[in-house]
Design a protein around this ligand. Structure first.
Ligand SMILES: [Zn+2]
Length: 66
């Protein structure tokens, strides 16, 4: 069985990754996903993450329940 891993740039860190979660055609690597999860909501970095993600969510009709 061949697993085809497409390399894509992460939406957050902008580094190419073959694994990660895909949101529409964008990718968020596992490391960034982990960082988002672990970032405190009042950390300035969190705002950056949210802003990046919001751009995606606003551009789609996907609702994210979490
Ligand atoms: Zn990343």
């Amino acid at each position: 069985m061949a697993l085809e891993m497409m390399e894509q740039n992460c939406l957050i860190c902008n580094h190419p990754h073959t694994v990660g979660i895909n949101v529409l055609e964008k990718r968020i690597c596992l490391k960034c996903e982990q960082e988002i999860v672990e970032t405190d909501w009042n950390d300035p970095k969190y705002d950056e993450y949210v802003a990046s993600l919001k751009k995606l969510w606003l551009g789609s009709q996907i609702s994210y329940d979490k």
